[in-house]
Write a protein that binds this ligand. Structure first.
Ligand code: DX5
Ligand code: ZN
Length: 217
């Protein structure tokens, strides 16, 4: 499987989400950042908006939940039709149970790690999830710069996935651009979230192709 490019609509115009979803119709998934002002110091959108985005989008949704108590809230996003639902390891009380519930509801289940969260305590989760998200910035805001110190963790996660012979996707999110995507791909990532790099480009559709080609090179 080639690299997947998931533009983050956090960098879209929230008054024109349908238009801005249309601009990324050539991408693999639309990345949707849900923030609750508790797990991260920022507030975005919640379930009622995501329910509408599922209907308005021509590509599947990749929902990234930066919220407290995902055990309670995450299944609703799967029920709403999100193709992938990622919760944070630091916030989940019963991550195995939650991942199983998301899969039973028909979604891909993802587990996310903040930049300072080591991957080793969560390796037992690998067989229960479809994706690991290594945050390459501190979650909360778009437009931050890529933390190079996360590259060894991406490598360790990819090695563990390979050693267990699992088909788990490895996503990176934060500061992904033409400048950084090759290093993240070289470390083993195969799913790339990019917000400002895509929506800030002169030609949004072309930028998706450029990033995909660089990640696949
Ligand atoms: C940050 C979000 C990211 C954000 C990435 O907390 O999870 O998805 O939109 O934005 P860029 O690509 O601009 O760093
Ligand atoms: Zn995100």
């Amino acid at each position: 499987m080639g690299a997947l490019i998931n533009p983050s609509i956090l960098s879209a115009d929230f008054a024109n989400l349908e238009r801005d979803l249309g601009a990324i119709a050539g991408a693999d998934y639309a990345h949707v950042d849900v923030m609750d002002n508790h797990f991260v110091p920022n507030l975005t959108i919640g379930l009622p908006v995501v329910e509408r985005l599922v209907k308005a989008s021509r590509i599947p949704l990749d929902v990234h939940l930066m919220i407290e108590d995902p055990d309670r809230w995450a299944p609703g996003y799967a029920e709403a039709g999100a193709a992938s639902v990622t919760f944070h390891a630091e916030a989940a009380r019963a991550p195995v149970r939650l991942a199983r519930e998301l899969r039973l509801l028909g979604a891909r289940a993802g587990v996310a790690l903040r930049p300072a969260t080591p991957v080793e305590p969560f390796l037992d989760l690998l067989s229960e999830v479809d994706m690991v998200l290594v945050m390459t910035v501190e979650p909360g805001f778009g437009g931050q710069s890529f933390i190079e110190g996360t590259l060894p963790k991406i490598r360790r996660a990819r090695e563990a996935i390979g050693a267990a012979d699992l088909d788990v996707w490895l996503q990176v999110d934060g500061g992904v651009s033409r400048t950084t995507i090759e290093r993240a791909a070289d470390a083993g990532a195969n799913v790339f979230v990019a917000g400002s790099a895509v929506y800030g480009a002169d030609d949004v559709a072309a930028e998706i192709g450029v990033l995909r080609a660089m990640a696949d090179a």
